[in-house]
Design a binder for this molecule. Sequence first.
Ligand code: HPA
Ligand code: ZN
Length: 351
Amino acid sequence: MYEYLQKLPKCEHHIHLEGALTPELLFSMAQKNHIDLPEDDPAFLSPESLTARYRDFSCLDDFLGYYYIGMNSLLDVADFEALAWDYFQHAAQDGVAHAECFFDPQAHVSRGVGYDVVLSGFKAAQKRAQAELGISSELICCFLRHLPPPEALETLRSSPVQTSMKSGDVIGIGLDSSEKDFPPQLFQQVYDEARALGLRCTAHAGEEGPAEYIATALDDLRVQRIDHGVRLAEDPKLMQRIANDQTLLTICPISNVYLKCVTSVAELPIRTFLDAGVQFSINSDDPAYFGDNYILANYRAVQDAFSLTPREWAGICRAGIKGSWCDETRKKELMQRVQSVLDEWVARHDA
Ligand code: HPA
Ligand SMILES: [Zn+2]
């Protein structure tokens, strides 16, 4: 079954490129760029001690503290390219065919790293991933919800960001960082302006925050997808609405365990969602921070907990293709690949 999961052409919709920064890469870039790591936290003694600390996050904000310190090590175009290339290589190994990647420009621009530096590095890695690994990819610009909404607006309206959106280098926007007490509606104007530019819209909701945030992301931000959304199961009426509208949830099972949203993958409402017809994809979120668990480890963890059938897995992959923001030709090609992997499995096992 694991072999079948590896072969399925997977779409990843919930991967923060900054969350693919391994402790090894973090330390080597900090040294190269003469960036001081915190001296008052013993976790920063070595890549090994940092890795050990990552096993012990108490909640989303505890993780985010390390996430924002980590990305301070990234400075020039080559750093951002190396980071994204490292992710794409893992993605290729895990059978990812198409990736829609988040990045957090505010966290770089605020420390003097230009938006175009970040984008150039990512674009170079994307081009290489397409040419050498056959992975198609897109970029989604996320806004940090713990910062004041006018700062997100200022970022959206800034000239390099506008240029990247009009050229198609960036195809959508997202909303991430601390969730509790930062409800989606705070960012309504940002989403209205992004939509007017023709951008796709998604937002993290229902990770630590209540199901109500999922409803306001839909109503006020008019998002096409919900990132995480696992708390949707607490509101059966909303769950039915999401199922009827075929809104895709981008679920990150191992992330939810690492950040103590649930105690185990088995606690996630995967079976409930399947029974209710809720469409979802399975994703890695911040793999370098969550035990080096990339997308396939998340597929495997769901399989270990829920024993899905090969047809159910093909259905999950089809839902992911349908909810992707790539062109119709690519979607058709990926649908055919899912079918042929399933056919091969049936020929071997069902007879
Ligand atoms: O899982 C997450 N939630 C919110 N913000 C984030 N930024 C990186 N990962 C996450
Ligand atoms: Zn996330």
